[in-house]
Design a protein around this ligand. Structure first.
Ligand SMILES: [Zn+2]
Length: 264
């Protein structure tokens, strides 16, 4: 399923599968200046291919390796479109790790990307800005001429408390500050779409994360258990924690703070 929305010079390519609809999720790629930002998930391959038939796409930039963003890198490469990405993204795509059943249902199974043509470093006037935390390779795409930020999975809403087991809230915070320093006037989130008043939205998320991390740290210092912190600071967990068998949960937020503190 594909829906195209136009925002001035930006096209939002909103992609969903039956599985993702049921899970209440969709993801968007964006086309700006002939450059595609992200590529959707493996199950959206046919829809994306038909979209590419109708447009001229000169390059693609992938924000990170997750299958709902980089899931059609191989399709782009097979059409000779230069696909730009971080070195870690490239490494992950060459040998994708297995993903759990629910993610295969929602997004489809990623294929190994073996035929990436040599790509230039940037698709001017767009630039990558390294913003790790959500994943170790995460980069936002910045269009300085129109102060437009394609934020990938950096923002995801102010109070997004569910984290992947590998996420690092401290690095997310640093990355949000780096994005804020760009002073974007337009922002396009990979799941939420266009975000009104990006500086306020980024600022609200920074405050929320700072306060929540501080609250979790205080409870850890006072000897509280992860379960008690989850209940008190984050109001318990969400259904996704069970559906994903803990891969995505609010508990991961608590565990990440404990892990990062211990590592200092
Ligand atoms: Zn992601």
């Amino acid at each position: 399923m594909i829906e195209i929305q136009r925002y001035d010079d930006v096209e939002r390519i909103r992609l969903a599968s039956w599985g993702s609809r049921i899970a209440g999720m969709d993801v968007s790629a964006y086309l700006v200046n002939g450059t595609l930002v992200d590529s959707g998930f493996p199950r959206s391959r046919g829809a994306l291919a038909r979209f590419l038939d109708e447009r001229s796409v000169s390059a693609a930039m992938l924000t990170h390796y997750h299958e709902d963003h980089a899931g059609n890198a191989e399709l782009l490469a097979s059409r000779g479109i230069p696909v730009l990405m971080h070195a870690i993204t490239r490494e992950r795509l060459r040998a994708p790790a297995g993903i759990r059943a629910y993610r295969r249902v929602v997004w489809g199974t990623p294929r190994a990307v073996t035929s990436l043509p040599h790509a230039p470093v940037e698709a001017a006037p767009l630039q990558f800005v390294f913003t790790p935390g959500h994943s170790p390779d995460h980069q936002v795409v910045w269009a300085p001429e129109r102060a437009t930020l394609f934020s990938g999975d950096l923002w995801l809403g102010v109070r997004a408390r569910v984290m992947h087991s590998a996420e690092n809230p401290y690095r997310i915070l640093e990355s949000l500050r780096a994005a804020m320093a760009l002073r974007p006037t337009r922002m396009f989130d990979a799941h939420r779409g266009p975000v009104r008043d990006p500086i306020t939205a980024l600022g609200a998320k920074i405050s929320y994360l700072e306060e929540t991390i501080a609250a979790i740290e205080a409870k850890i210092a006072a000897g509280w258990s992860d379960r008690a912190i989850l209940r008190t600071v984050l109001d318990g967990d969400e259904a996704v924690a069970i559906a994903s068998r803990g891969e995505y949960s609010r508990m991961n937020f608590v565990k990440a703070v404990r892990r990062e503190r211990a590592g200092r």
